[in-house]
Every structure is written in C-alpha cells, then in structure tokens.
Design a binder for this molecule. Structure first.
Ligand code: ZN
Ligand code: MN
Length: 131
C-alpha cells in the first residue's frame, strides 16, 4: 500500500468512529447510511474503498460468512464471535483467544501459525425466548 493511502482522511475517521461506536458488526450499507448523515455526498463505492483500506491498515476487521455479505468489526484485535442461526446477529465473545490450540497445531503440523478465527453458532438469548 502506498504511503498516501495510509492517511486518516475525514471519510476514514468518520467510518472508524461509527464502527467503534457499535457492537452490531454492521454491513457496508448500514455504515453508508450512517456516514451520509455527516458527509451527505459520499458514495457507496467510496465507503467500500475506505473500508478495504481500513482493513489493510489493521484498524478494523472484515467478517466474511460464506455467501452472505461482509460485516465489519471496529475491534481490530483477534476475538471470537457467536452467530445466531435464527436472527443472524453477530456477538463478540468475551473469552481469551486459545493460544494453546495454535501451539498444538504448530507442534503437530509443518505449518507456521499466526492466528486463527473461530465462530460459534446457536440461538441468541432473544431467539431462545421466542422459541
Ligand atoms: Zn437471534
Ligand atoms: Mn467482533
């Protein structure tokens, strides 16, 4: 990435502020609607471009779940997620990342492990109460 690309522009600052203020792991469309309130003439393409740059800069994370659209996470450090099978909401799990598992795989395989990503699936509290 070129150096000019790593500057924190007004647009990037706004996107980052919005992502840091929510725990919902929103889509680009949702972020677009929020940013428009502050920067009315911004385009969805610009939102996508800046989200990708923020991911490359390590300021945010992108969560791709198979065929569905990407969600964005304002917490850049590795952490686990719980995804509700019924409503699709994504929750942060406040538990430590399992480094023992990474060490185990490093020992048992020829691979050099840098990190891992794990998602847990089931029913959120709200959906349990509905059922
Ligand atoms: Zn749910
Ligand atoms: Mn998260």
């Amino acid at each position: 990435m070129s150096k000019a690309n790593t500057r924190m522009t007004k647009q990037r600052k706004e996107i980052l502020k919005i992502l840091r203020a929510t725990k919902t792991h929103p889509t680009a469309d949702w972020i677009y609607d929020q940013v428009k309130k502050e920067i009315p003439n911004i385009s969805l393409g610009t939102i996508y471009r800046n989200l990708n740059i923020l991911v490359e800069m390590g300021k945010i994370r992108v969560l791709n779940y198979g065929s569905s659209y990407s969600r964005y996470d304002g917490v850049p450090e590795n952490h686990y997620h719980f995804i509700c099978d019924s409503c699709g909401k994504v929750f942060d799990l406040d538990i430590p990342v399992n480094k023992t598992l990474e060490n185990y795989i490093s020992e048992k395989t020829p691979f050099q492990i840098f990190n891992h990503r794990t998602e847990f699936y089931g029913l959120c509290v709200e959906c349990q109460e509905k059922n």
